[in-house]
Every structure is written in structure tokens, then in C-alpha cells.
Design a binder for this molecule. Structure first.
Ligand SMILES: C[S@@+](CC[C@H](N)C(=O)[O-])C[C@H]1O[C@@H](n2cnc3c(N)ncnc32)[C@H](O)[C@@H]1O
Length: 555
């Protein structure tokens, strides 16, 4: 008997999906943490675990809504060919400057920093100590960007209104010196440090209560608009820049160290950003036209979540001063609700659906796709799940990644109404060609007829005595909400389901659950919770060991 002939060939369908949440180590990697603020940056250790599980060395890994490049950087540093895409030039600027491996070490960066210090530290000292009356004269001698209008929901009308004259002059003097730096590869990271300084040296900077004045952040990243601080904090300009530069230096040190170690131990897949990193700046829905159908081995992506964040409006502060043009066509392609373009929900859902469809065109057969998402609007989940299903992908795992974040101020106020984590939905695109619309759903066909189930009915099944979720000592709202989404999808009624945060909280209370603001958990009974995961081919949710017993920091 030919044993080899009988052995089933390993396909990527055999990959065991990640079924449990992975504790986030947000501050663990200097290459992401503290380099530059951006919106909804994903924890690198979680992203990397997904890349390592669902792809192999030498594979092409794509993030079509790449942000600051966590996916691309982790893919590159784990021996994959990374493709990063984002409409926002500012996001791509951060990504490229962290990921660039062309320098042999950080020595040229330190040398370039010394040249900048020599060129402009005295000038900055003068600016820092000048009287208000002298600032006009100083500003006249410095190159400034055009004073454009800001989005209409901003406290400030024009670009310059975002800065005190001293901040404007200090940043302009620094930028002038960096623009004149002769080492091309050092100029990028220095500009990155300058750009991170802009985030602190402007009137939207809000000092964190009870901490050093310099700790805190811009309202752009906490309340997602240009809100000016009631009492403006003017941090020291040179010291702020130096601090940002040291963070960039740590990031680059880490990247170079990982590169050198990897290239010594795995010489067959050398890490080299010039060869293995592609950065694109186009609508995520159009990538297959550039990269070609069936060209990608794994996609991990984190699209915008509806109306929360108008990325391009909020990045004007950087895009404008860095000289990155954003065309009207680019603005029109942004996948958000609202913003200065006042995009409708339909626009957002269309963009979301088009980009997921394109992901499935881009993906080779027998490959995996992970989409990170969270929102109260169940119809957004329906858009994702239905589009993926219609284009041949099977949902194989849905994991709630609760977030150990420092809750932003507006989140703290109404914490029971906040979804502070996200769900990672992982799909498999089968090897065999399947006609669109014929993907297996994790639901008995008979239930297709039951199109209307209400929130109370769904909660009753999610929290029924037979359910693995009931009797848990503590579950976050996002975990329970995600079970509602999955149950509604299983029962084929997701698109008809409407949930408000208030109704959700009310229904939980009506079932005897209580919210604990300190732990951000709902509790009833005493058994441990279990996670739900879809097991391949079974069409049912399997049960995996609990991971939620870990302690959350009470904030
Ligand atoms: C949730 S963020 C991604 C953040 C990323 N996970 C990170 O770790 O930094 C979504 C990104 O999608 C980008 N974006 C919005 N509409 C887009 C579109 N149509 N095509 C490509 N990117 C888009 C935004 O600029 C934003 O950076």
C-alpha cells in the first residue's frame, strides 16, 4: 500500500484558526508605541500572531486599510513580503519611516540629529525666550505653509490658529533645518520626530490630569476634532523634539536589531524594506487592479468604523505642513460616514463592501483573510459578513479582543455604552472555485426562513442556560454584543436586527445582569465564560477555553 498516496496533502484549510483573544502588549514594542500618535493603532503582538498563523515566510501579506503600518511592519519583520495601503499620505509617511531598513545602523541618525542641533538649537532657544511682541518679526523670517481653512467642526478657523506664534515659529525653524539635512535616509526619521512634535506643540494638546505637563495628547486623537485647550500648554520646543527623536531612535534601533538577527538566522528570507515592502496610497477597493487578482497570500485589515474618525480631515495638521497633497478624488474615496464631505451611511457601506470584495479578488485560493471591526450598528457587520459570504469566503473564527486601553475621556463618561474592544473575523477562501453567493454559512438552511428575530430573542439564546456564555462571573459588553452579532448571523437575521446601546443595556439588566464600571464587565452567576469559535465544516460554534479571567486594569 502506498502510504504517501493515502496521506492527505496539507492545505491551508488545515490551519487551526486562532480562537481565543490574545492579550495585547501595547507598550511592548518601541517600533510602534510612542513613535507617533495615530488613530486605532492595533497591538503589534496580536497582529503578528495572526500573520504567523495564517501565512508563511516569503508570502505576500496585505493590509488594505494599513494606517501606521503595524501589519506591514510585522509582516516585513517576520520574513513576509509586505504590502501596505492607505489613502492617507500621513499614515504612509509614518509606516515608511518606521519600516525603512536601508540604514545599516542608527549611527547616521545620531549624526544627523547632531547636525540639526548645531543648525537650529540656538535659534529655537531665541524663539523660546523671545517676548510676544518679537514673534511677528521672527515668523516673517521663517518658511510657513499656506494658512488654509480647517474643517467646519474645528474650534479654529484657519491652520495657523492651531498654534501659538511661538509654537509656529519653533516648528518652522526645526522643519527648515531638517529639510536641509543632506542624508536622505536620515531626513525621513528626523521629519517623523518633527511630525510627532507637531502633535504636542499645538493648541489642541491637552495635558493629562495629575501627570507631568508634557504627558497627554492632542484632542484630535481623543475626541476626533480640532478642539482647542481651554488653557494652552506651551511645552519646550527643543526638548519636545529631542524626546520625540529619542523615541524614533528606539524604534529604529529595534527594527535594525530585529532585521540583523533575522537575517543572520534566516538568510533565505532576508528582511529588506527596499525589496519586500510596497506602499500604496489608493482606495482599498481598487487594489486588485494594481496588484492583480489572486496575488496575495494573507490579508489582515482594520477598516474605519463608520462615523467615528474622519481620518483625512484630522490629518490636515500633518499632511498640509508636510506638503502631502490630498486630491478631491482621494477625499471622495474615504470609507467613513460624515466628515467634511458629509458622507452617507450608504457611501460607507458601499466602500466597505467594495473593499472586502476586492480583498477576495486579491486573495489566492486556499488562503485566509482577517478583518478587525467593532460598531454598535449591526448593519455594518451584516455588510462585512454578507459580502464575504457572497464572494466565496467562509467565516471560520470570530474572536473578541477586549482592549486594555487608557480610556479616552468621552469613553469614561458612559462606559457601559462603550464598545472598547474589537472583533477579529477570520475567513477562509476555499481552494475550489465556488460561485459567488454559495459560501457555506454557519447556519442550518432551514433557519434562512426565520428572518425576524428581535434583540430580546437573540439575547435569550445567547444567554440561555445551554449557552456557553451564561453564568460567567464577568463579561464585557463588547463580548456579549459580539455573541449577539454571531447568533444573528447564524440565525440569518443580522441585516434585520437593530440594536441601540440603551436597549442592549436595558435588556441585560432585565435579565438580572449588572454592570460594574470598575471592571467594565457585566456579571450574573459564577461560572467561567467561554469563547465561541466556528469549527471548520461543522457549521456550529465550538467552545474554546476561557481567556477572559485575566485581570483588566480598572481605569
Ligand atoms: C482603523 S484605521 C487603520 C489603523 C491601523 N490598524 C493601525 O494599526 O494603524 C483605518 C485606515 O483606513 C484608511 N482609509 C479610509 N478609507 C480608505 C480607503 N477607501 N482606502 C484605503 N484606506 C482608507 C484611513 O486613512 C485609516 O488610516
Amino acid at each position: 500500500m502506498n502510504l504517501l498516496a493515502n496521506r492527505k496533502a496539507f492545505t491551508r484549510a488545515d490551519i487551526e484558526p486562532i480562537a481565543a483573544a490574545i492579550p495585547a502588549e501595547r507598550q511592548a514594542s518601541a517600533r510602534h508605541y510612542g513613535v507617533h500618535p495615530y488613530f486605532t493603532r492595533r497591538p503589534a503582538n496580536v497582529v503578528r500572531a495572526y500573520i504567523e498563523r495564517y501565512s508563511r515566510m516569503g508570502d505576500i501579506v496585505l493590509d488594505s486599510f494599513g494606517g501606521t503600518g503595524v501589519t506591514a511592519i510585522e509582516a516585513l519583520l517576520s520574513g513576509r513580503k509586505a504590502v501596505h495601503n492607505d489613502l492617507n499620505p500621513f499614515a504612509n509617511f509614518i509606516t515608511e519611516n518606521i519600516a525603512d531598513t536601508s540604514l545599516p545602523s542608527t549611527t547616521p541618525l545620531k549624526q544627523a540629529f547632531a547636525r540639526i542641533e548645531e543648525a537650529c538649537a540656538p535659534k529655537i532657544k531665541t524663539i523660546e525666550s523671545a517676548a510676544e511682541a518679537e514673534m511677528g518679526k521672527l515668523l516673517k523670517q521663517l518658511p510657513l505653509p499656506e494658512n488654509i481653512r480647517l474643517p467646519s467642526n474645528s474650534d479654529a478657523e484657519h491652520f495657523f490658529d492651531l498654534f501659538t506664534p511661538r509654537q509656529l515659529a519653533g516648528l518652522a525653524a526645526l522643519k527648515q533645518a531638517i529639510d536641509g539635512e543632506r542624508d536622505d535616509h536620515a531626513r525621513g526619521p528626523l521629519l517623523l520626530a518633527w511630525s510627532a512634535s507637531v502633535a504636542k506643540l499645538n493648541k489642541t494638546f491637552l495635558s493629562a490630569e495629575g501627570r507631568a505637563e508634557s504627558r497627554g495628547g492632542s484632542s484630535i486623537f481623543s475626541i476626533y476634532r480640532y478642539k482647542l485647550a481651554k488653557s494652552v500648554v506651551e511645552l519646550p520646543i527643543w526638548e519636545t523634539f529631542k524626546g520625540r527623536f529619542l523615541n524614533v531612535l528606539s524604534a529604529k534601533d529595534e527594527v535594525f536589531h530585529l532585521r540583523d538577527h533575522f537575517n543572520r538566522t534566516q538568510p533565505q528570507f532576508p528582511i529588506d524594506s527596499a525589496k519586500n515592502l510596497t506602499v500604496l496610497a489608493q482606495d482599498a477597493a481598487t487594489l486588485s487592479a494594481t496588484l492583480g487578482p489572486q496575488s496575495v497570500d494573507y490579508i489582515y485589515t482594520d477598516p474605519p468604523y463608520g462615523a467615528h474618525i474622519a481620518y483625512l480631515d484630522l490629518s490636515i495638521l500633518w499632511n498640509h505642513w508636510l506638503g502631502f497633497a490630498v486630491s478631491d478624488a482621494t477625499r471622495q474615496a474615504e470609507a467613513i460616514v460624515g466628515g467634511e464631505c458629509n458622507f452617507s451611511e450608504d457611501h460607507y457601506k458601499r466602500k466597505l463592501a467594495d473593499s472586502i470584495r476586492d480583498c477576495l479578488v486579491l486573495l489566492k485560493p486556499d488562503r485566509w483573510l482577517s478583518i478587525v471591526f467593532q460598531h454598535w450598528d449591526t448593519s455594518y457587520f451584516a455588510t462585512i459578513l454578507e459580502t464575504a459570504s457572497e464572494h466565496g469566503a467562509d467565516l471560520r473564527a470570530a474572536v473578541t479582543q477586549e482592549r486594555d486601553v487608557i480610556w479616552s475621556m468621552h469613553k469614561k463618561k458612559n462606559s457601559e455604552n462603550v464598545l472598547s474592544g474589537e472583533m477579529i473575523l477570520t475567513f477562509y477562501k476555499p481552494a475550489a472555485h465556488r460561485r459567488p453567493g454559495t459560501a457555506k454559512k454557519p447556519v442550518a438552511q432551514a433557519s434562512r426562513l426565520r428572518m425576524k428575530k428581535t434583540l430580546p430573542e437573540i439575547l435569550d439564546s445567547v444567554l440561555s442556560p445551554q449557552s456557553s456564555v451564561l453564568h460567567a462571573p464577568g463579561l464585557t459588553g463588547e463580548f456579549i454584543f459580539n455573541q449577539v452579532i454571531l447568533e444573528a448571523w447564524r440565525e440569518n437575521c443580522l441585516s434585520a436586527l437593530f440594536v441601540t446601546r440603551e436597549a442592549f443595556a436595558h435588556e441585560l439588566r432585565a435579565r438580572g445582569w449588572k454592570y460594574q464600571p470598575k471592571t467594565n464587565q457585566w456579571s450574573k452567576g459564577a461560572a467561567l465564560p467561554e469563547l465561541l469559535v466556528l469549527h471548520e465544516g461543522s457549521g456550529t460554534y465550538g467552545v474554546t477555553p476561557p481567556t477572559q479571567g485575566r485581570k483588566r486594569k480598572a481605569r
